[in-house]
Every structure is written in C-alpha cells, then in structure tokens.
Design a protein around this ligand. Structure first.
Ligand SMILES: NC(=O)CC[C@H](N)C(=O)O
Length: 372
C-alpha cells in the first residue's frame, strides 16, 4: 500500500506501508543502530516519535517476548529502507510487521532512509506526517506544520506505571513496599518510573537489589518513608522541563540517599541541581556514540536515545561534568562534588548496544555500600 512521508519543511517522500492503512503524526528522528529494533520500539523514551532506522535491512531476526523493554510499543511510526517479512533466528516467535500491527504502529518501507537522515542532520529534527491516506501531499505537510509538537509536554505522565510494583526475576509483581526478605536482594532500590526499560530493572536485580518501582508523581516524603538504600531515576520520553513537579521532589531527595539517573532521570537531576536542559539539533539515537570518561580518559562506545541534553555551561560550581560526547562535545555525565548523586545521559543498560558502560551500575552499588 502506498504511503507518503511529509515533513514540515515541505519535503514529500513516496514510500510503502507494510502494516496496512494508517496515519501517524509526530517528531521524525533517525536511529543508527544496526540491530535491536524491538528494544528501540519498546523503549518508552520513543513515545510519540516517528523512528527511521538508517540500517537498511530490518525485520531479519523477527521478534520475541523476551526482548520487550516494556509491555507495548511506543513510536507512532517505524520507517525502514527494506522490511524483511521472513525472519530467521532461533529466538524469533513472530514477525516485526505483526508486532507493529498488534500495537497500532504504522510500518513504512521503500524509500531512501539515509537521505532522510542526512536531511534531519543538516536541518534538525522535524515534525512530520506519515500517511496512507490519499489526501494531497501538501495537506499532509500542512498537518505537520500545524501540530504544536512535544516541547514542554509531560510525556512521562503517559508512560509511567499507574501503581507501584516489585520487579522480580519473574517480572512485575504487585506490591507497594520492599519485600521483607533480604534473600531477595541486599540493597533496597526505589525506581522512579518515567518510562523505565526492563533491562535497567534486570541489571539492578543482578546487582543484588530489591527493586520497587513507583510512579513518576511519587512525592519525596512517600519515597523516603519506604526507606530505600538508593534511588534510581529512569529514562523516559519528551522534554525534561515538561515533567510536572518532579524536579522539586528530586531536590528534596538529593543528599538523603544515593541517587543514580539515566537519560531523562539524568536530565531531571540536572534541573534539580540548578542546571538547564536544551534541545539537541537532531538528537543522539543509536548504538555507536563515543563518550569520554573524564576521570579515566577512556572512551566508551555507548547506546543513546535522546533529543535533549544538559547545557554544560549551566552546571553549578558544586557539580562536575564526568563524561563528554566526542561527536559534539555535549555533556554526557555529571556528579555532585560532595553529595552521593551521579547520572549519565546515555544508556549504560545498553539494550541494545555495546556493554562498555555497565560499570555504572556497580558504581551505584558502591555508593550505596559507602553510605549504609
Ligand atoms: N532516553 C531518554 O530518557 C530520553 C530523554 C529525553 N526524553 C530526551 O529526549 O532527551
């Protein structure tokens, strides 16, 4: 079925839908990962986006229940050069097209994805419409232009859990407090869910933690009443400055218990510490972003998925930059000089991506040990 990609700058690209009729309006972004399409789709940070993969063949390894990073898919459309309808992989239990259809994500193929990526790189992320509708393409461009966009919106509120839950080796179990038995993990870690990826919860479990996940709107007093040994702030979608009220709660938590934040969690920590966030021109999305650890001078190849970053020139005196992106010099990590709080912009759980940065989970546990 024919589809049209219409960008707000007036560009019109003919393509094909591989998931039937549909229309999607959102922010067009590109991801340079060569694998891990299922993790990218099920990462709640992708909510509201139209995701284009620059790697040309997508669908080859199928999909499976284990690789879901949440229980649904989040982008509004998924765009690829060539969709592979016959997957071959020993873990595969179905096709990508069926998964997209199940969750109402429009799948589009058959156009020059690298041309689109180059355009976004030079002009910046753009609002766009992807549609199988026979409407004149100019009308689709107009629809993209009229859309107000996601700036300033609280997108985390859309993907956070409604009720607290305990994360166990068997997945989520109902519960509002940490399990009593230390046999279930030595360190009690409270996870603020702004759109958490399951790999982060799994890694906390592997590091001997009892994991209690709470909604984004949880008050600092409620969080502290649960007596956590550490607090983890997850990744999540949208503009960090739009996440209502959370900065103030995090401000109250800083200094009380060790805190570790990833991506949106990192940006919220930065805002709570008094820094500012800003939009990246076209975002960092992929599994090949070089980041330098300034303490060791070592370079980590990292997995990333963000459209915003912390403005390194706004860090207060008592906060140090710990990591820097070698492509554009943007801030990738920070640490308070005296209080137990640190965070990174990238994804050390690396699902999908290289495992270079997993040491950060061990660092968090080390911080908890020191303060216990
Ligand atoms: N992966 C994330 O947590 C992304 C953070 C934020 N939504 C951004 O785009 O910058």
């Amino acid at each position: 079925m024919k589809a049209i990609i219409a960008l707000e700058d007036g560009t019109i690209i003919p393509a094909r839908s591989f998931t039937g009729a549909g229309e999607a309006l959102g922010e067009m972004v590109f991801n340079t990962s060569m694998s891990g399409y299922q993790e990218i789709l099920s990462d709640p940070s992708s909510a509201g986006q139209l995701v284009t993969m620059t790697y040309p063949l997508i669908g080859n390894s199928g999909v499976n229940p284990q690789d879901m990073e949440s229980d649904t898919l989040h982008p509004r459309a998924f765009l690829v050069r060539q969709y592979q309808p016959r997957p071959s992989n020993y873990r595969s239990t179905g096709t990508l097209a069926d998964l997209l259809k199940k969750f109402g994500v429009l799948g589009v193929e058959g156009f020059d994805t690298r041309m689109l990526a180059r355009k976004l790189r030079s002009q910046g992320a753009m609002k766009a419409v992807v549609s199988t509708d026979k409407a004149p393409p100019e009308a689709l461009v107009e629809r993209a232009r009229q859309w107000p966009g996601m700036a300033g919106q609280d997108m985390a509120a859309l993907v956070t859990c409604r009720e607290p839950y305990i994360w166990t080796g068997d997945g989520a179990q109902p519960g509002r407090a940490f399990p009593e038995s230390p046999g279930q993990g030595r360190f009690k870690v409270l996870v603020y869910d702004f759109g958490v990826k399951r790999s982060q919860l799994r890694l906390l479990l592997q590091h001997d933690c009892r994991v209690l996940v709470v909604p984004a709107g949880t008050k600092a007093e409620e969080a502290l009443a649960l007596q956590p040994d550490g607090i983890f702030l997850s990744n999540g979608p949208g503009d960090p400055a739009g996440v209502a009220g959370v900065q103030d709660e995090v401000k109250k938590l800083i200094g009380k218990v060790p805190i570790f934040g990833i991506c949106l969690g990192h940006q919220i920590i930065a805002l709570a510490l008094g820094a500012k966030t800003c939009r990246l021109k076209f975002g960092h999305r992929g599994g090949n972003q070089p980041v330098k650890n300034l303490a060791t001078d070592r370079v980590e190849i990292t997995s990333q998925n963000q459209g915003f970053c912390v403005d390194r020139d706004t860090l207060p005196e008592d906060v140090a930059m710990t990591h820097v992106n070698l492509n554009d010099g943007s801030l990738e990590g920070l640490q308070h000089r005296t209080l137990p709080v640190f965070s990174v912009q990238y994804h050390p759980e690396s699902a999908t991506g290289p495992h270079d940065a997993r040491y950060l989970f061990a660092r968090f546990i080390g911080m908890i040990r020191q303060t216990r």
